[in-house]
Every structure is written in C-alpha cells, then in structure tokens.
Write a protein that binds this ligand. Structure first.
Ligand code: ADP
Ligand code: MG
Length: 659
C-alpha cells in the first residue's frame, strides 16, 4: 500500500501561506506589491485592529478581467513571467503567483476589480481557500482586496500575532518605506479611519523623505549624489569570437544616509532597495559598515535608505519565498559601489554638530512614523537584518528613528574642579560604553582614498555647515574648550579632541605615504607584556615598526622600546604601547591593515594631543583652529565625542527672543 500521497490543493495552499504570510504586514506587502506591479498611481491601505480584523488595499492600477480575477487565486498563477528563463529577467515585484492563493487560504478575502477592457467589474469572495461567490458588479476601475480575520482557520498561527499596535507598527514601517521607494505614487495608510500616512505624488525621493519623515529627519541625512558605474564587461563567449564584448549594463545608487552623529544601537534603520524592492542583504550591510568604518565605532549603526537600480539580469530575485532576499551576479562590484557612494557623500558632507535646540514641533508624518516605530522596539521587523536578533549591547535599543534624528541635551560637564581626562568620559555610560549624548557625538572619520576625484558637489547640504577657517579664538572655558566666533555665530572647540583629530590625520597620512619616522628615546624603555599582549605584539610588530615604534624582544615576556612616534612623550610610551596592544586584542588576525593602522593612529594621537585643563595662549589656539579647518573631517574625535559645537546666529537671536 502506498503511504505517500499528494496533498489536496487547500492543504498545499496553507503550507505555502505559512511561507508567504507570516503576519498582517506580509499581507500588506504582497498586496501593495501587486498594486505597484499593476501600475497604480495611488495605493490606499486601510486597517482595523492592526490588520488582524481587516486589511483593505485599493489601487487605481490596470485591474483584472473576469477570468483573470478567478485565475489569480490558482497556485502559481501569474501574469508576470512565462518561462523559467524569465526568472532571470524579473522586472516586477511579484512573479511567483503565490500571494493571492496563500492569503485567501488563511483569511476571508473579497476581491473587486475591473479591467480597462471590460465594462463590468468582478467580485470574488473566498474564505479559507474556498470559493464562495463570484459576481458581476459595477466597479469604477482598479482593484480592491479586503482581507478579513487573518488566520481565522489556523488558530495556532493567530496566537503568534502580537498586539494590534505592534502589528500596526510593522505595517506602518513597511508602507512608509515603500512610499519612500516610490515617490511618484500616492500612498495612504489609515487605521480605523485615522489617517497615518497621506503622501501625494512628488517628483523626487528627497521630497518624499520630507513628506513622510519630516524636515528634521531630512536634516539629519546626507543625500547620496547619484553614482553610476558600468558592470564589468562579460568576457566574449568563446575565444574564436573576435567580436566586441557585449555592452555591459549600468548600476546606479541613490539614497540617504545618516550623518555620523546619528547612531543606532542596531541595524533596524538600514533599508535597502534593489530595483525598488525592499530586501535584506548581508553584502550591502557589510558595504554600509565599511563605508562608516572610522566614522562610527563598530558597535553602532547608521540610518540608511539605499536605492540600487540595476539591469534585471544582474540580480536573481528568486531566492526566498517572500522575495526579501536577492542574489547579485557581481557581488564585489555591488559591494564596492555601495560603499564608495556612501563614503563619498559622507566625506563631502562634513557636518558640524549644532547646539541642541528646544524640541520643535515635529511634522505630523514624522510623529506617526516615530510612534509606529516605538511600538516596534522589541519586535522583529518585517525585513530583518541577518544578525539583528542578537543585540550587540547589554540592553536592546529603546531608541526610535525619531530619537536618532533628534538631538539630545548636551553631555553634562562638572561645574567645578577639573574635567575628566580624555578617554574617560564623565557621567553614566550607555550600553555600549559610549556617552549618553550619543546622538550628538559624531566619531572620527578619515578617508583612506580621499573623496573620489569625480565626486559631484552635494546638491543640498540642508543646513549642515563646514568647519570654517576664519574663527577668532576668544579664550578657553575651564582651560579645556576654546571659545571662538565668526560671522556664523559662537563656536566651542574641545581642545584635546581637536588636536587629536589633527594628529590622527597627520599620522595616517604619513603612514600612507611612507613609514612614520620614530624618535629615538634617550633611554630604551622596558615594557612587560601579558601573554595575550605578547601574542598581539608578534602579530603586529611589523606595522608597529612602520608607525615609528622600534620595539625588540627582551627576555621572556618583555620588550624594549627604542624609538616611538615623535609627538609622544617618553613617560607616555609604555602606556601607549600597551593600549595599542589591548585595543587590537584578539582581533589582530581579523583586522584589515587599514583598520589596524587607524587604531594605532588613534592611540598615538590620543596620547600625543594637548590635554584638557591646559592653558593655551592665543597663538596656540589660533594654530589649532587653523589646523582643524584643514583637517579632512574636523568634526569628531576617535572617542565618540564631537570636537565642535556651534551656536548659530539664528539660535542666538532666537534664544534672546529677537526673532
Ligand atoms: P504574482 O504577483 O506573483 O504574479 P499574485 O498571487 O500576487 O502573484 O497575483 C496573481 C496575479 O493576479 C498577478 O500576476 C496579477 O496578474 C494579478 N493581480 C494581483 N493583484 C492585482 C492588482 N492589484 N491589480 C491587477 N492585477 C493584479
Ligand atoms: Mg504578487
């Protein structure tokens, strides 16, 4: 007797539904994608109970004929591909023909539609995968799908759903991001007739960001100047083929990334679109991390909206049932393109942290997006980064996109007595050991290659200011912060961090160009190493030598230092060496040379820099400000603190109630 049997279609559909429909947001995703594929200029999403009771999606797309409206609910019924070859040339968001039957298998669904070629519309009702009713109806055009009581016939799944507000949050995040990726389409989202999002069509992504996330958010982002690169040409098919290689296609990156002072404790604010499809992708996450290397410390993440457009043949979208992953044909090329586009924009932007202003009234859409996101704090997002499940800090992030985009109050500085030394920030530490005012603390940046030669000028810096070279130093606060002015307003410069930045860039530059010359110490310094430090020392001895350290083994577990980088005082040498070894730690083998060099340069410059609590005369302050103005990235130091704060004239006038 045969024990294997073919499952009835209804069961098969339920199984497929398990892959495609995880929660209300997945229904919204599939239906919105269908509307976009139908060429809709308007997509309206209405919800009840976080989508658990009702999801209604209406569009003004091409609609379906009577026959198609029925066929659409068959498994693998699609109008978007015809053959297996087409799978490598998918230009629509859907192509698997699974969404409608899957959704219909686990809900009570009603579809109303009319194709432009037919005079009457069609209404189809399906419940739990069973066709209940088909009718001719009068219908203006486009398509509307109502999905009620999701998972009513799969109680086990229903139990997995979270609270209404959580599910609503997922949907809001999804719709918001699809709206960002499709600025020319009108998007509306409402819940129990409360409008959450209403975005009229606009011409550019920038306008859409403003519309959906608000002006304040836009100010915290740097827009990438569109970067286009041609794919590597495919080699001629055969050697005998002497013809020209086929013209290769273009890849284009646009989007927005956060300024360095915006720091998130996880990757939940990184969104990546391939041909306007929202996907998750390790490769791109890596490229983004690379772009921010030395801009953000390893434990925090930026906010990013990256839109990659490329020929359909360059990307395989048939990798995942919910189509949230893709595979690139030229992975290295895509990786480098994304990394370079972001880095170029960051280097070009070089923004200065402004003094925090009292919180201003936020745009309504901003508020909504923030509220939606707040509900997501401890929920896995619809599209999840590969290792997001493992928060990197002790505490999961409670921050929201809105938080990230708002400036928090300045770090409190003790009112009397000495300031803490550099590297020992005062006050409570964040989960990552970073100061609490992270959102205004930007980190150190350098660009190993410098801005790309062909870097287009930033279209609009939206309020960011360059560090000026006409600052007039007035004096010091606490012999630690230089007070300076120019026509733009009042500036405060952390003298230690500023000098650190100047030395850091100089050291790296010297190292890039040649070996850093060390200075011979009067007496060699003997340093005792712990076993771990000894291992690291052996790993990086050569790089240390190239950075001006002449260090030789001296008996068991001790070394002698004969020369050290010129700016470092001899009494600091031992501590510096140990600090470098510890900062590299067990990562020695994993670190790229570039990162290793940056770590060494950061340690050296920290030890060599002017300290806080140190009086400086006018000439010294002047010299420091000029050197800083020449720095490639004068805004932040290697310890997560800003170098410069600016109190703009407008803020002054506002504060004095003159405007
Ligand atoms: P897929 O999108 O992968 O083709 P679906 O199950 O989502 O599969 O949809 C099946 C078919 O139904 C689509 O190929 C399309 O022809 C049609 N369809 C679905 N939604 C719409 C819509 N909103 N407007 C017009 N046609 C639609
Ligand atoms: Mg579809």
């Amino acid at each position: 007797m045969s024990v294997i049997r073919i499952l009835p279609e209804a069961v098969a559909n339920k199984i497929a539904a398990g892959e495609v429909v995880e929660r209300p947001a997945s229904v919204v995703k599939e239906l919105v994608e269908n509307s976009l594929d139908a060429g809709a200029g308007r997509v309206e999403v209405a919800l009840e109970a976080g989508g658990k009771r009702l999801i209604r999606i209406a569009d003004n797309g091409c609609g379906m004929t009577h026959d198609d409206a029925l066929l659409a609910f068959e498994r693998h019924a699609t109008s978007k591909i015809r053959s297996a070859e087409d799978l490598f040339d998918v230009s629509t968001l859907g192509f698997r023909g699974e969404a409608l039957p899957s959704i219909a298998a686990v809900s009570r669904l009603e579809l109303q539609t009319r194709h432009t070629s037919e005079s009457a519309g069609t209404r189809v009702e399906i419940a739990g995968g069973r066709l209940r009713d088909v009718k001719e109806v009068s219908w203006a055009g486009g398509t509307q799908v109502e999905v009620r009581d999701l998972f009513f016939n799969t109680p086990a799944r229903r139990k997995f759903l979270k609270s209404e507000s959580t599910e609503l949050g997922h949907i809001a995040t999804f719709v918001t991001h699809y709206a960002l990726a499709h600025p020319q389409t009108c998007f509306r989202l409402s819940s129990f007739s409360n409008e959450i999002l209403n975005a009229a069509p606009v011409a550019t992504a920038r306008e859409r960001v403003y519309q959906v996330l608000g002006g304040q958010v836009l100010e915290q982002l740097v827009e990438l100047s569109p970067v286009e690169r041609r794919f590597p040409a495919a080699p001629p098919a055969g050697l005998e083929d002497e013809g020209q290689p086929e013209e290769s296609g273009l890849a284009r990156v646009t989007g927005f990334v956060s300024r360095p002072e915006i720091q998130r404790l996880n990757r939940s604010q990184i969104y990546f679109f391939v041909n306007r499809r929202l996907v998750r992708d390790r490769l791109i996450l890596h490229a983004i991390t690379e772009a921010y290397r030395n801009i953000l410390p390893a434990s925090v993440f930026p906010v990013a909206l990256i839109f990659l457009e490329l020929p359909t043949a360059e990307v395989d979208v048939n990798v995942h049932p919910s189509k949230t992953e893709v595979r690139f044909r030229h992975t290295g090329f895509i990786h480098d393109l994304v990394r370079d586009s972001i880095r170029q924009a960051l280097v070009a932007a070089r923004p200065v942290a402004a003094f925090p202003l009292p919180r201003e009234r936020r745009a309504r859409a901003d508020l909504v997006a923030v509220e939606a996101a707040e509900k997501l704090a401890d929920e896995p997002p619809l599209i999840r980064g590969p290792d997001e499940g493992l928060p990197r800090g002790a505490e999961p992030s409670r921050r929201t996109p809105g938080d990230a985009f708002r400036l928090s109050p300045p770090e409190r500085v003790p009112e009397t007595g000495k300031l803490p030394l550099a590297g020992e920030p005062s006050g409570p530490q964040g989960a990552q050991g970073l100061p609490p005012s992270l959102s205004e603390a930007a980190l150190f940046v350098y660009s190993p290659t410098g801005p790309a030669e062909d870097a287009a000028p930033m279209a609009d810096r939206s309020g960011a200011s360059e560090f000026p070279n006409d600052l007039l130093p007035l004096g010091q606060v606490q012999e630690s912060f230089i007070v300076a002015t120019n026509a733009e307003g009042l500036w405060l410069v952390d003298q230690h961090a500023a000098h650190e930045r100047v030395l850091f860039e100089r050291h790296l530059r010297q190292r890039r160009e040649r070996r850093v010359e060390g200075q011979r110490l009067l007496l060699p310094i003997v340093v005792e190493l712990k076993p771990g430090q000894q291992v690291v020392f052996q790993e990086i001895a050569e790089e240390l030598a190239a950075n001006g350290f002449e260090v030789e083994p001296f008996g068991q577990r001790t070394v002698t230092v004969k020369t050290a980088p010129a700016e470092v005082r001899s009494e600091d040498v031992e501590r510096l060496l140990l600090e470098i070894l510890d900062s590299v730690g067990s990562e020695a083998k994993k670190l790229s040379l570039e990162v290793l060099r940056a770590r060494i340069a950061a340690s050296v410059s920290c030890h060599a820099a002017i300290k806080v609590n140190m009086p400086l005369d006018r000439a010294k302050m002047d010299w420091l400000l000029r050197s800083l103005a020449r720095a490639e990235y004068p805004m932040t130091c290697p310890h997560g603190r800003p170098i410069v704060l600016r109190y703009g004239l407008k803020e002054l006038l506002k504060a004095f109630k003159r405007i």
